[in-house]
Design a protein around this ligand. Sequence first.
Ligand code: AMP
Length: 116
Amino acid sequence: MADCIFCKIAAGEIPSKKVYEDETVLAFYDLDPQAPAHVLVIPKAHIASAAEITPENSGVVGHIFEVIAKLSQDLGLEKGFRVINNCGEDGMQSVQHLHFHLLGGRKMGWPPFPKD
Ligand code: AMP
């Protein structure tokens, strides 16, 4: 999709530090890491957000979670990790291409946001 930064990364038009790639999925390091390991896992095909997942395109989401499980081993996250999807304005989504944050390498906080 034109003007989508993650589509451009998937197409190799913008550089990224890739950790995994196959026909349908790409994983690369986040530019602004929030944990010692912070990887974004995206479908190569454009899906704007988690709110746009349908029976027709949901197969890639299962595959993304298979990739996350593999990456958690490759990145040495045996003690655990967190997967985050920010969706829409209230979810603080800043890039309008479906992506899952894989975060690990430190103890996470919970709850992850102020209650008020
Ligand atoms: P979100 O706020 O959930 O939409 O997350 C978007 C994430 O993309 C943020 O954590 C950014 O740091 C990250 N990001 C934006 N542009 C790039 C880029 N060119 N390469 C890697 N990560 C990026």
